[in-house]
Ligand binder design. Structure first.
Ligand SMILES: [Zn+2]
Length: 155
């Protein structure tokens, strides 16, 4: 059975990750401090920290996306309020401008959601072939199997 990364599974992983991100620390020093092999540390830094960063970026983008959509809602609601008032005041020109504004924000929001959906689907397809979650042993094994069935073409 393939073993998981000892750093990923370490109870002090967060402290280790932070130490790894601090360029003043050498891998050897961190390895000694947390009593883990420096090979495992090097591999973890190269393979697993980028995955964590990608997830964090994703979450940040998500919050940003929600803010942008909320702003669209706010603009559209403001336009609808102006429209309502303009109808009451029988201000035809203002009413038309408000309708145009509401329509524009709706169109913009729709286009944004459409594009977000498209990108998400594309990313989901990419994730199917993402091997970054595999251990070295699993990757080696996969490569062996792939060679055997000649999926990997020799350069
Ligand atoms: Zn790891």
């Amino acid at each position: 059975m393939a073993r998981r990364c000892t750093v990923c599974d370490h109870p002090q992983r967060e402290a280790i990750d932070k130490a790894l991100m601090d360029s003043r620390n050498s891998i050897r020093n961190i390895a000694r401090r947390f009593a883990i092999s420096h090979h495992a540390l090097g591999r973890h830094k190269k393979r697993h920290i980028p995955t964590v960063v990608a997830v964090a970026l994703d979450k940040h983008d998500e919050a940003l996306g929600i803010d942008i959509l909320a702003e669209c809602d706010r603009l559209r609601n403001a336009a609808l309020q102006i429209l309502e008032q303009a109808i009451k005041d029988k201000q035809g020109r203002t009413a038309l401008a408000a309708i145009r504004e509401a329509r524009e924000t709706l169109k913009m929001q729709g286009a944004m959601l459409f594009e977000a959906q498209r990108q998400r689907q594309q990313r989901d397809r990419t994730e199917l072939t993402d091997l970054s979650g595999l251990t070295d042993e699993e990757l080696d094994r996969l490569e062996q199997i792939a060679r055997r069935v000649q999926l990997i073409e020799q350069p």
